[in-house]
Design a protein around this ligand. Structure first.
Ligand code: HEC
Length: 161
C-alpha cells in the first residue's frame, strides 16, 4: 500500500504543475489563483498552442506559390521578412515555433489574439505594435501558412521582395 501512494502523489503533483485544466479529479487543495487572468483577460496558456508545430505536418505543395503571392499582396511583407527583422517578428522558423491553429488565429483575429492569447500578447509587448487584420479568409490564411512551412523546410531565408 505504502509503495503505491508515493508514485500516485507524484503523478498528482505533476498534473497540477502542468496546469492541465481538463477533467479535475476533485483534489482542490491547491488554490487556482494563477489561472485567473491578472488583467485584460489574457489566458495563462494559449489554447491554440498544443499539438505538433506546423513544420511537423506535411506541406501542401499546391498552395505554396499562392501563399507566397498572398503574403506579398495582402500587406504582410510590409512588416514581416524571413531571416531579417523589420518592425515586426522575423518569420524565419515561425513554423517551428507555432502550431498551424495558432498562426491561423493570429492571421484571422490578431485583434482578439492580442487581448486573450498569452503568446500574441507577449509579442505585442515586445514589438509595441498591434498586427492589423488584413482581411484574409480562413482558406487564404491556411494557404499562407503552407508558404511559411515550405520556406522553413527550404531552410534558407526566402527571397521575398
Ligand atoms: C503593420 C504590420 C503587420 C502586418 C501588415 C502584418 N503583421 Fe503579422 N505581426 C505583426 C506584429 C506586430 C506581430 C506580433 C503580434 C502583435 O503585436 O500583434 C505579428 C505577428 C505575426 C505572426 C506570429 C509571429 C511569431 O513569431 O509567432 C505571424 C505568423 C504573422 N504575424 C503573420 C502575418 C501575415 C500572414 C500577415 C499578412 C496577412 C501579417 N502578419 C501582417 C505585424 C504585422
Amino acid at each position: 500500500m505504502k509503495r503505491l501512494a508515493f508514485p500516485l502523489l507524484a503523478l498528482v503533483a505533476l498534473y497540477a504543475l502542468a496546469g492541465c485544466s481538463g477533467g479535475g479529479s476533485g483534489a482542490s487543495s491547491t488554490p487556482a489563483a494563477s489561472a485567473t487572468p491578472a488583467s485584460g483577460g489574457v489566458a495563462a496558456t494559449s489554447q491554440y498552442d498544443s499539438g505538433p508545430r506546423a513544420a511537423d505536418t506535411p506541406v501542401d505543395a499546391s498552395k505554396v506559390d499562392e501563399g507566397k503571392n498572398l503574403f506579398q499582396t495582402k500587406g504582410c511583407s510590409a512588416c514581416h521578412a524571413f531571416g531579417r527583422r523589420l518592425s515586426c517578428p522575423d518569420l524565419a522558423g515561425v513554423t517551428h515555433r507555432r502550431t498551424t491553429a495558432w498562426m491561423e488565429q493570429q492571421i484571422l483575429h490578431p485583434d482578439v489574439m492580442v487581448k486573450t492569447d498569452p503568446i500574441s500578447h507577449g509579442l505585442f509587448a515586445q514589438y509595441a505594435l498591434q498586427m492589423p487584420n488584413q482581411g484574409l479568409t480562413p482558406e487564404q490564411a491556411r494557404t499562407v501558412i503552407e508558404f511559411f512551412k515550405q520556406t522553413d523546410l527550404a531552410g534558407a531565408p526566402a527571397a521575398t521582395k
